[in-house]
Design a protein around this ligand. Structure first.
Ligand SMILES: Cc1cc2nc3c(=O)[nH]c(=O)nc-3n(C[C@H](O)[C@H](O)[C@H](O)COP(=O)(O)OP(=O)(O)OC[C@H]3O[C@@H](n4cnc5c(N)ncnc54)[C@H](O)[C@@H]3O)c2cc1C
Length: 453
């Protein structure tokens, strides 16, 4: 097709969201996918819960997480074999993304690399898209351009509730072997005295966390992450990562790591997925905050892309591409709202609590079933299990202490979810605090959390 032809769909962004949805739509529609870099190459690395991997994606996975561990400098220590699933498979990004790309091309759709979105306008049901490689037209524009979407910015879509995971690390080889580490190990939370000089500092004040996944007998993906409302620069992350893997006494297994490939990026978390659309325009992936509160972006894509694509295809066929119809396609279809309550609390807790508070939180999992941790993060927790978790949290932490950890805007977000427990005796205590907050709302400090002292 030439530049004057009309495509059914133009997709901006050839990451997993753009490619997954693009490959599905290409069976019935003429798709043009553009990427400012090279489509299907990513700086990210994923593991996902087993239940989002169907038989078509399964061949593009290998091994997976089988043991979760945490270890902090001040005494928190938990580890367990995965209980919810036999394994949480690693996605092979070097084969899955090219596979989706091949499907799209084989179906007669087109891809242009080094082609950045510049601007777009909608007139009489046609989207005119300007890119650095020229102008194109389509009936529907799909924004899959990720965390820094220029289209989100153009439409002035606010992300006030989002937190950001800032991640930097590498895929590396261990020339001296794994030295006690096992394939499938996932160190999900390790901290160090050196990087936590001020133990009372929260992650929001700058504390990084070290993590690693052992991918196979010789290879790991290790990284630092920050969970904050700002994105951390690549330079700062790289410096922290290098110090941790080369100098920390407790990371001796990584001191000789041969770095093969850098892996890094930023992705949203902390808020529920949003339904985002305008006339002839719909947002997907990180651009639409297609994620769970704790940031399982790839998981969300794998869980939803087929259903989402089939619904989009119907709208394309019926030519119902106005905002109202586009918004009628649910992005977040499979879960009850209450399932996200703890996930939201925990995400904000991880970001804002001090190091000693986090140690107490992590050690909670030595006294309650560890499977609850997996269930919180995979959004498969039941109502009864939420009660067990809340009870444990309210026994370990004074409610005022918990509320203090959540800044006002996050607290209100959690309240939205907590409404689902409004009639329950367990949260009567929470209601007392809610009443107090509503009465005193205007006097409370917007930025620094609630001070009940
Ligand atoms: C290091 C790291 C590890 C992660 N691990 C996990 C995990 O274990 N499990 C999990 O579920 N999730 C994980 N995530 C989250 C997951 O990677 C993201 O949610 C997912 O990649 C989002 O996909 P996307 O296609 O929406 O965006 P991206 O992957 O960001 O792709 C966006 C694409 O758009 C292109 N683009 C951007 N701007 C433009 C423009 N102006 N014009 C044209 N093209 C443009 C980019 O080049 C890119 O190819 C991780 C993220 C990171 C950074």
């Amino acid at each position: 097709m030439g530049k004057t032809d009309l495509y059914d769909v133009i997709i901006v962004g050839g990451g997993p969201a753009g490619l997954a949805v693009g490959s599905e739509l290409s069976y019935n529609h003429k798709v043009l996918l553009v990427d400012k870099n090279v489509t299907g190459r990513t700086t990210k690395s994923w593991f996902v819960p087993l239940d989002v991997v169907d038989e078509k994606v399964m061949p593009y996975t290998y091994n997976g997480v089988t043991r979760f561990m945490t270890e902090t400098f001040d005494g928190a220590n938990v580890s367990w074999r995965t209980e919810l699933f036999d394994r949480y498979p690693y996605i092979n990004e070097k084969t899955l993304l090219p596979h989706w790309l091949e499907v799209l091309k084989n179906n007669g759709s087109e891809v242009i690399n080094q082609c950045a979105y510049v601007d777009s306008t909608v007139k009489d049901g046609i989207v005119y898209v300007e890119t650095t490689a020229g102008s194109f037209r389509s009936r529907l524009l799909i924004d899959a351009s990720g965390y820094d979407s220029p289209i989100v910015q153009k439409y002035k879509i606010h992300r006030d509730h989002d937190y950001w995971w800032s991640v930097f690390g590498s895929i590396g080889e261990h020339p001296n072997g794994l030295n006690g580490m096992e394939v499938g190990d996932y160190m999900m939370w390790q901290t160090f005295r050196d990087t936590n000089a001020d133990a009372s500092a929260s992650m929001a004040q700058g504390r990084p966390v070290f993590e690693y996944e052992i991918l196979d007998e010789n290879t790991s993906f290790s990284f630092v992450f920050f969970l904050r409302q700002e994105r951390i620069s690549r330079e700062v992350m790289e410096k922290e990562y290098t110090t941790i893997i080369r100098d920390e006494p407790t990371t001796a297994n990584f001191h000789e790591l041969k770095i093969k490939e850098l892996k890094y990026g930023w992705y949203p978390s902390g808020a529920l997925s949003q339904q985002l659309a305008e006339d002839n325009l719909v947002f997907i992936g990180d651009a639409a905050c297609w994620t769970t509160p704790c940031g399982w972006g790839m998981t969300f894509i794998l869980r939803n892309y087929r259903y989402f694509s089939s619904q989009m295809s119907k709208l394309l066929i019926d030519n119902k591409l106005d905002k109202k119809n586009l918004l009628s396609v649910p992005h977040y279809q499979t879960h009850e709202k209450y399932e996200t309550l703890l996930d939201t609390i925990v995400t904000h807790f991880l970001s804002n609590a001090s190091a000693p508070q986090l140690d107490r939180f992590i050690n909670l999992f030595n006294s309650i079933p560890k499977i609850l941790c997996e269930k919180v993060f995979t959004l498969t927790i039941t109502r009864d299990e939420v009660h067990v978790m809340l009870k444990a949290m309210l026994t370990e932490f004074d409610l005022m202490e918990l509320v203090h950890i959540l800044p006002k805007r996050d607290y209100l977000l959690v309240l939205e979810e907590a409404k689902y427990f409004a009639e329950d005796a367990l949260v009567d205590k929470m209601h007392e605090v809610i009443g107090f907050l509503h009465q005193n709302q205007s006097e409370l400090d917007m930025n620094n959390g609630f001070d009940f002292s």
